[in-house]
Design a protein around this ligand. Structure first.
Ligand SMILES: [Zn+2]
Length: 74
């Protein structure tokens, strides 16, 4: 069984999940953006979606941290 406490993959704050509350919010935004993209523009892989977001100027730095981590995990 996994330990009940873990640390955020990005900032190492204690968390019960792979991200802390702060980074979880950014991750949730990414996931809802992904679902929106698939509805509006058609099927895209999670990895392609993240890569495209990284190319956009308007992608914020907290989102970029998550994207880079997610791409490493893949
Ligand atoms: Zn964090």
């Amino acid at each position: 069984m996994a330990s009940p406490t873990a640390s955020c993959l990005i900032c190492a704050r204690a968390t019960h999940d792979k991200y802390c509350d702060y980074h979880c919010k950014s991750f949730d935004k990414l996931v809802s953006g992904y679902n929106f993209w698939k509805r509006a523009l058609g099927e895209i892989s999670w990895e392609d979606y993240l890569t495209k977001l990284l190319e956009l100027q308007e992608t914020g730095s907290s989102i970029r941290d998550i994207i880079e981590k997610e791409l490493q995990i893949q």
